[in-house]
Write a new protein. Structure first.
Length: 135
């Protein structure tokens, strides 16, 4: 029995992109923390680094998922971006257990979902060229 593009598993479409996006976001946050620790970046820039790191991870996950999905690419990309956003939110809420500002959480979520839409849109529009055999 031959596998088709329509029978791709959930692991192939979501697992790798979500893990890659999560790793990219955490590495970008680590880089930002390292720059703050060295004194190259002021403490007032921490929120901007955190949001940009989150957006980078979400955008990457959405792009990769949209590239791998067989159909409904935009849907899969936004889903992968939302999964990364959920993972980062749960990780930060459970780890730091600090009071949460709901307006700031809403703004960060909206920006991250916009990045997910952008990544999914770019990933779904880019098509692979078919190679033609020379006759």
């Amino acid at each position: 029995m031959k596998k088709t593009d329509e029978s791709l598993s959930l692991n192939r479409v979501l697992a790798f992109p979500v893990l890659t996006g999560l790793a990219a976001a955490l590495l970008a946050m680590l880089l930002g923390a390292f720059l703050v620790k060295l004194g190259r970046v002021g403490m007032d820039r921490i929120p901007a680094f955190a949001v940009s790191s989150l957006c980078l991870g979400v955008l990457l996950a959405a792009f990769l998922s949209a590239r791998r999905a067989p159909g409904n690419r935009l849907f899969w990309g936004i889903g992968a971006g939302a999964a990364v956003l959920l993972c980062i939110a749960l990780l930060s809420l459970s780890w730091f257990s600090e009071p949460v500002s709901l307006p700031q959480l809403a703004v960060n979520s909206a920006v991250a979902l916009l990045a997910a839409f952008l990544g999914a849109f770019i990933g779904s529009r880019r098509r692979r060229r078919k190679r033609r055999r020379k006759s």
